[in-house]
Design a protein around this ligand. Structure first.
Ligand code: ADQ
Length: 467
């Protein structure tokens, strides 16, 4: 049986416990590794003076983690540079924020060569390799260049941008060409998959074969839609935990009879936080008679603080929440509670359950797991309402949410009123339909769908020996 080699920018150590602060993705990949055995490889998060390629190996229960330190220039050009200042904004349709610099592109390529060089000796003949996300797009090609004839799959956790936007990236065609080194590429939605095929076909002259196989210069790759889910069972257990119950009670007490609206996001411009605050402000202005019935709790821990656009969004939100509270607050009521820190998953489960409305309004999101977690944490007898951006990948699976255009303050305002007034029977009907989907297509379903498809690729296939 094949072992699994998971490769991602950062690595989670085996914990044997599901209650920690780790995300659903880590849990899913750990489960896959525990079942198939293997290695999880990536950057250690540490900086070294000069790159040595020395691997830090930790053998845990079921699988081994292998990490490597990067030097300062790699971290600047590869991680803070190309990954977070070039590809992240571009893939989230923000070409106004994308920085195109040859130094970043060169550093990205170099770091991926270094990853390939380091992990290659760890890969055995029968292993299946699964590379995660936009940090490592050319890694499959680099492994092929080093004689790796294994099955190699790639999963993209972000959106894939429309071809006209991707075309602004100077090395777009070269980058996409490297993706033909993979046997399988997975996307969260049909829309991202079609955008990928559209660029490959119309801008590069690739051809579609058999519906889901795309061919370019003698190499072909299978593309599939494989939406990630959450561990629904784990989330239900978390919601029943003592911490979640305590949090629920505390939140209800501090809400003093008001309905809580909750937003939980990394502090990132793609999450539409500024637009969300403006939509909420519009609601406060348009519905003075109802406004004191609610308050918004926005939890947003800072991320990627080394990148300037992230510092800017933080300032914008501080100003905006200050202005809204300044204009609307009263002796006994503050409209926005804005909290800049992360919480453990059991605390979050309690917060979600205590909230009448989950407000998830990214401008673009590959999937968005918070939307699914919010639904999974609800009381089946009296569930809250999910307001969801139609531009999140999750919207393709969660049509029973109240779907909004996150750029429209009016739609956000209307949706808040609709959610507040929604009869219990309708809330239960919508919740049940979403919950069925969350339970059916959970995170184990996701990783099995991907690894099964990868293992279907014949070992001595056309990629073997390709360079
Ligand atoms: P992210 O952009 O990080 O992930 P998301 O899918 O919402 O976004 O996942 C965030 C995870 O972090 C969730 O499990 C959530 O509970 C947790 N989290 C968020 N804010 C938190 C806070 N304040 N405290 C504690 N935990 C918090 C990327 C893509 C997404 C895609 C995922 C998985 O951008 O589109 O859904 O990968 O593929």
């Amino acid at each position: 049986m094949s072992r699994l080699i998971v490769i991602s920018n950062r690595v989670s150590a085996p914990t044997g416990s599901h209650s920690g602060a780790q995300g659903g993705l880590a849990v899913a990949l750990q489960a896959a590794l525990a079942e198939m055995g293997g290695i999880w490889f990536g950057w250690s998060g540490e900086q070294t003076d000069a790159f040595t390629g020395q691997v830090n190996l930790h053998r845990g229960d079921g699988y081994t983690t292998a990490t490597v330190d990067l030097e300062e220039q790699d971290i600047e050009e590869y991680y803070n540079g190309y990954a977070n200042r070039t590809l992240w904004p571009l893939f989230h349709y923000r070409i106004d924020l994308a920085e195109y610099e040859r130094g970043f592109a060169g550093g990205y390529q170099r770091a991926n060569e270094r990853f390939a060089e380091t992990v290659r000796p760890l890969v055995e003949e029968e292993d299946a390799v699964w590379i995660q996300d936009y940090h490592m797009i050319p890694l499959g090609q680099e492994l092929r260049n080093r004689g790796c004839a294994n099955r190699i799959g790639f999963f993209l956790h972000t959106p894939w941008p429309p071809r006209r936007l991707l075309g602004t990236l100077p090395e777009a065609a070269e980058l996409v060409e490297t993706m033909f080194a993979y046997d399988l590429i997975g996307f969260h939605t049909q829309e991202w998959l079609e955008s990928f095929c559209d660029f490959a076909q119309r801008d590069m002259g690739a051809e579609i074969e058999d519906g889901d196989v795309i061919r370019y210069r003698g190499r072909s790759v299978r593309v599939i839609v494989c939406p990630i889910g959450i561990d629904a069972g784990e989330f239900r257990t978390l919601s029943d935990s003592e911490t979640a119950r305590d949090t629920f009670r505390q939140m209800k007490l501090s809400a003093t009879g008001r309905s809580m609206i909750v937003g939980v996001d990394r502090l990132d411009y793609s999450k539409g936080l500024e637009e969300r605050f403006l939509g909420y402000e519009r609601f406060l202005r348009e519905h003075p008679e109802t406004r004191k019935e609610v308050f918004l709790l926005q939890i947003a821990p800072p991320s990627r603080a080394a990148v300037e656009t992230y510092q800017r969004i933080r300032n914008v939100l501080e100003t905006l929440s200050g202005r809204i509270n300044g204009e609307h607050a009263d002796l006994d009521w503050v409209p926005i509670r804005y909290v800049n820190q992360g919480y453990s998953r059991d605390v979050l489960a309690g917060v979600y359950r205590a909230s009448k409305i989950g407000l998830v309004t990214p401008l673009r999101d590959g999937m968005n797991l918070v939307a699914k977690e919010y639904v999974a944490a609800q009381d089946p007898e009296d569930p809250g309402v999910l307001i969801l951006s139609r531009f999140a990948g999750a919207a393709a699976q969660m049509e029973e949410a109240v779907l909004v255009n996150p750029y429209s303050a009016e739609e956000i305002s209307d949706a808040i009123l609709q959610a507040l007034r929604m009869p219990r029977a309708e809330r239960i009907r919508r919740w049940r339909a979403m919950m069925d989907g969350i339970e059916r297509e959970d995170v184990l379903w996701w990783r099995k769908r991907f690894t099964d498809a990868l293992l279907e690729v014949p070992l001595a296939g056309p990629k073997a020996g390709a360079t």
